[in-house]
Design a protein around this ligand. Sequence first.
Ligand SMILES: Cc1ncc(COP(=O)(O)O)c(C=O)c1O
Length: 426
Amino acid sequence: MDSTKYSLADFYDISDMDMVDRARYFYEYHQDIHKKHHNQYRRVSLNGSGPTMKILDPYSGIEKEMIYMASNDYLNLTRHPRTIKAGRAALEKYGTGAGSVPLLGGTLDIHIELEKRVAAFKGCEAAIVYTSGFGSNCGSIAALLRENDVAILDMLVHASIIDGCKGTHVEYFRHNNMDSLEKVLRKCKDKFRTKLVIVDGVYSMDGDISKLDTIVELAHSHGAYVMVDEAHATGVIGKNGRGTPEHFNIEGKVDIVAGTFSKALGVVGGFIASSKEIVEYLHYYSRPYMFSTAQTPQTAASLIEAMNVIEDEPQLKENLWKNINYFKKSLIELGFNIGNSETAIFPVIVGHDVKVREMCREMHEAGIYVNAVQYPAVSRKLSRIRMSLMCNHTKQHLDRVLEVLEHLGRKYEIINKPAAEEVEIA
Ligand SMILES: Cc1ncc(COP(=O)(O)O)c(C=O)c1O
């Protein structure tokens, strides 16, 4: 099989193939992308997240030090001495696990402390915490919206939101387009019981910020509620790193603030912060909360400390923003199309799946860890290299990435800057 003629979409549902045949067919495709060194998924890290990372090279089988441009660990709190120390102390005190689901014996005092800390950090009355951000989005929406309701989604919201809407009606509006949102709100006005507009605070593939202030105003004026997913906003935007509502100075006005603990907070899990009534309801009707064992104690402890660190050490976010501003300016000067990126996530739009695969292969060979984002994750004309920044990337790291990107940009005719001197790739 020639994998360059296929995408992941081609193996999703093939009507005349049973599951085993379909998996075998996909396996052939997967072997070919590996053979062509186009498979950048599941590269194995030997030392965890940081501005550089040791990888077990899937092609040579040997250790390779790479500049890591794919982490959501924006403030590198995964390695912060305080988050590690707090986790270690909780491990000693409570042991390795919570022992049960939260409703039936698995709730520890440290979980309650975390819920209170999240609610305070997000300026909401109460919060519920889950073991994954995917579960908190999916499980809370499924609990809150039913047959007579409607979810009104920005067309670029995260998959966990879309999956949560399977038991309700769904309407989409064009990405961050307020005219389109207004049209959908009008259309839904008298047709459904609950109307919930759901957006991401910062979009995970584009790095742009939702127009949350206008969205809240529009939704409320049409009798709809608003839920925002703060996965990539927490720790990154807002004066104190509290996310999109803080960025727009509308804390307390968003009906449901969702988020993950796995990105800037550097651990794992998710949360919903809202009114005490919504949170209490979710305790009893949100299935990933009810039917899944509570977070590990060390996770809860590290998370509480992560929020303390964000408040006590604003220089981490300041350094991240120094890197964002430098990298953004440099990419634009080089002539790359970075869409509407406004935060730590940078798409370099290539618009051609095979070119993206080849460029990512060459970046891997050059010791730079980036991700290829192709159809069906984005449309083919928007296929891209996705990069994200951390507060402790150095100027040398970023300059090396820019040097290699410039070389590849010219080689693959993404930019047409005149040739500089040759760049050493491997
Ligand atoms: C916008 C957004 N929401 C939710 C999630 C799910 O979060 P988690 O990885 O914590 O399950 C992700 C993550 O990967 C995300 O990018």
